[in-house]
Design a binder for this molecule. Structure first.
Ligand code: NDP
Length: 244
């Protein structure tokens, strides 16, 4: 039987990259998948491409009113969310001493505060159901830091603390909260790297390749599946060994 049959999954930032791969994998495993992006038409087109199990919604996770609207719409159309994947994320890189307030704020607001807004909005139905899986996308740079990405590293480190604290709050209600820390995955986000930057990271990856979006989707499916029922508050690195 499909692993997520009868379950509703919400994936933020599901219009491309890692989020889209997770949406595809979860839909294949029988979940009713809600995916969101900032543009309604794009989200609906991607959902239609994935198939009848997928549904597209517009939401800007950095805006609490937009997030509350998303949860209301998803709950009405698909029922309470069982698996929540906080995947939406952006980068605005630069050296710390020259970083603009706006670039700091935008990255923290989307990558960290956005995950808080979505968890809070989804929590009531999850607590009532006494079951649920929350999967937050952090990054290997949230564990080790990355020069040129102080804003992004801070947001992703924040996600790890948030994950562990929230896991403690809801464990007694049958809800698990875990994080996935990808290494270098080929998506639009990393397409901006120069060949030299990519080569330098590749040299440090023991498995000698960059990751695919499917590598991350497989880890997300594990954390959403019954096999991970006894796993909570953890950070699963999907990085080819980069962080060892
Ligand atoms: P992409 O840039 O390819 O995709 C980002 C997704 O986030 C898009 O679907 C975009 O949708 C959505 N998004 C961005 N801002 C918002 C917002 N304010 N509200 C709603 N949706 C938003 O990124 P990746 O797939 O590479 O990354 C996915 C996650 O994985 C991110 O959290 C990232 O930090 C993390 N990660 C990625 C790594 C990598 O190597 N690629 C490594 C480690 C972590 P739209 O534009 O349609 O709004």
């Amino acid at each position: 039987m499909a692993v997520l049959a009868g379950k509703t999954a919400l994936i933020t930032g599901g219009t491309r990259g890692i989020g889209r791969a997770i949406a595809e994998r979860f839909a294949k495993e029988g979940a009713a998948v809600a995916l969101c992006g900032r543009d309604a038409e794009t989200a609906q087109r991607v959902a239609a491409e994935i198939g009848p199990n997928a549904h597209g919604f517009a939401c800007d996770v950095s805006d609490p009113a937009s997030v509350d609207g998303l949860l209301a719409a998803v709950t009405e159309q698909l029922g309470g969310v069982y698996a929540l994947v906080n995947n939406a994320g952006i980068t605005k890189d630069g050296l710390m001493m020259r970083m603009k307030d706006g670039d700091w704020d935008a990255v923290l607001q989307t990558n960290l505060t956005g995950a808080f807004y979505v968890c809070r909005a989804a929590s009531r139905a999850m607590l009532k159901a006494r079951e649920g899986r929350v999967i937050n996308l952090t990054s290997i740079v949230g564990v080790h830091g990355q020069g040129g990405q102080t804003n992004y590293s801070a947001a992703k480190a924040g996600i790890i603390g948030f994950t562990k604290a929230y896991a403690q709050e809801v464990a007694s209600r049958g809800i698990t909260v875990n994080a996935i820390a990808p290494g270098l995955i080929d998506t639009d986000m990393t397409a901006v790297l120069t060949d030299d930057q990519r080569g330098a990271v590749l040299e440090r990856i023991p498995l000698k390749r960059t990751g695919t979006v499917e590598d991350v989707a497989g880890a997300a499916l594990f954390l959403a599946s019954p096999d991970a029922a006894y796993v909570t508050g953890q950070v699963l690195c999907v990085d080819g060994g980069l962080g060892m």
